[in-house]
Design a protein around this ligand. Sequence first.
Ligand code: AMP
Length: 281
Amino acid sequence: MQCIDRIADLRRAVKAARQDGRKIGLVPTMGALHRGHAALIAQAAEDSCFTVVSIFINPAQFGPNEDLDLYPRTLERDLQVAAEAGADLVFAPVAAEIYPSGFNTWVEVGGSLTDCLCGAFRPGHFRGVATIVLKLFNMTDPDQAYFGEKDYQQLQVVRRFVQDLNLPLKIMPLPTVREADGLAMSSRNKYLSPEERSVAPWLYKALRAAAEAATSGEGDIHAIRCHALEIIASQPALQLEYLEIVDSESLQPLHELCPGAVMLAAARLGNTRLIDNIKLI
Ligand code: AMP
């Protein structure tokens, strides 16, 4: 597996792989790789892609009071995880390679997808995400790019601009990989104290209880939501930011349960922000 930090080298490697008849698969990450990332990499490799993993902690998607400086940086281990999962190349640039001085162009997906849910609590976050993801697409020119459903709103934002800007690639979504107790794997889980770690799975427990109610016939969207809210309220350390039932594509709130209903939630636990989601029906 190659590890490079220059855009020119990335373009050269991708061009060579294409000349060998390979299709290109991109897995964008911010590093601190875990089994969730490994599943995306393994899928790209299984799809016979020349598999490029980008590792870049994108400053543009962090707010001024967020955890940019604290975000875990574990490149040596990440290279091992990426190689074991089947990556062909890791692209791990420094910020100046991606945002040279004078950089001043942004990708902004319209409000209805980005003002709500995480976007309401992290102003500018999805502008940073859309900008870096489009830049990585332009640098790598992938046939397929792999994203986790764990970051559900991010996935919809990426799908939107890929469609809106006529980008010739396929977005490949993969289900959330979880710890044995249900907690969605996340690089930020490293921040949790042992006590917080024992509370963290309750976010998913609440979502699961809501999904179980929906599949066993509860049709009242308000009752389903209240059920999840009660479970979260039983864990006072979980400070809920939002818990909404929305349409899976538009992310707009639903007033009736219908196919494509997804419940999305975010909560703070100490200094850590957890997000998760579940399909209801
Ligand atoms: P990140 O490094 O957190 O920016 O995530 C990089 C990619 O990995 C994104 O597409 C995430 O949705 C995906 N991802 C993160 N955690 C998980 C998980 N637990 N299961 C599946 N995919 C994940």
